[in-house]
Design a protein around this ligand. Structure first.
Ligand code: MN
Ligand code: MN
Length: 279
């Protein structure tokens, strides 16, 4: 892990509120690899001259001491990747920064949330996803990206999980959702009036396949019938709670012919960052 390099960047920029970190890891993807290539592509879209760094709600992410890009995590050959992810996020939290992680597949959320749990005694997650990711095991892999929230909940890392965008539920995962008390707002029941109010710190996990593939085709698991970009932004802008961190996962640049999804990632990253700054 390139901890020294990240530490040097953070040490010189301690006043920054948000740390942007790339986590290029997709070894637990069940169907198609490629999301490990996402972090530099999202960065390129975010810092592109085709737009600016102001959020819709009036925050300038380009201002001094707001957003610090610490680069991508580099994994040691002999290291344990999930442990390295947990350690790097724990380090950023120790430096009093609010991390936004760019995946990678959804497996990375498990070690990230482990690190958050060390800091926050009470914590909720708002998940945007087409899939509940609640399999006890998938294709023989307990750390599959399809199992992330089963691992998080059985380890009691969070107190509340709210899922939106869900439209690929099956019987096993429905039973798991009941077992763990997950608040699933399925896409078929979803509307913009449902209030999202959190009274403990909230971590936002954004799986890009929550969006309809017509807006965000660059994912490994395209599931029609999803959220529009505007619906995700409205949900972010109206949620009530103290947002303390986020990830953007499952963007697969190999499936993004017009580089449209990269722009969607950058746009949503900005609006999520606005929540972190404005808390
Ligand atoms: Mn997912
Ligand atoms: Mn998904």
């Amino acid at each position: 892990m390139n901890k020294k390099k990240i530490k040097a960047i953070v040490d010189q920029n301690k006043q920054h509120k948000i740390a942007l970190i790339g986590i290029p890891y997709d070894l637990n993807s069940s169907y198609m690899r490629g999301s490990a290539e996402a972090p530099p592509v999202i960065r390129q879209a975010l810092f592109s001259d085709s737009s600016n760094l102001w959020t819709e709600t009036g925050t300038d992410l380009g201002a001094e001491t707001v957003l610090l890009d610490v680069g991508d995590l580099e994994f040691d050959e002999e290291g344990e990747p999930l442990q390295e992810i947990e350690n790097s996020i724990a380090f950023l939290l120790d430096c009093k920064m609010l991390p936004i992680s760019l995946g990678g597949d959804h497996t990375i959320t498990y070690p990230i949330v482990k690190a958050f749990r060390r800091k926050y005694k009470k914590m909720s997650i708002l998940l945007f996803d087409a899939h509940p990711d609640l399999y006890h095991e998938f294709q023989g892999n307990r750390y599959s990206h399809a199992c992330t929230f089963a691992r998080i909940l059985e380890s009691q890392l969070i107190d509340r999980l709210v899922q939106v965008g869900i439209r690929a539920m099956n019987g096993h995962q429905r039973a798991q959702a009941e077992r763990f008390g997950v608040e699933v707002i399925e896409m078929r029941n979803w509307n913009e009036e449902i209030p999202l109010i959190f009274d403990s710190p909230v971590y936002i996990s954004l799986d890009l396949d929550a969006l309809d593939p017509s807006y965000a085709p660059g994912v490994s698991h395209r599931e029609p019938g999803g959220l529009s970009v505007r619906q995700v932004i409205s949900t972010l802008q109206t949620l009530k709670g103290q947002v303390v961190g986020a990830d953007i996962v499952e963007f697969n640049p190999q499936n993004d012919p017009f580089k449209l999804t990269a722009r969607v990632c950058a746009k949503l990253l900005k609006e999520i960052a606005a929540l972190l700054v404005g808390r």
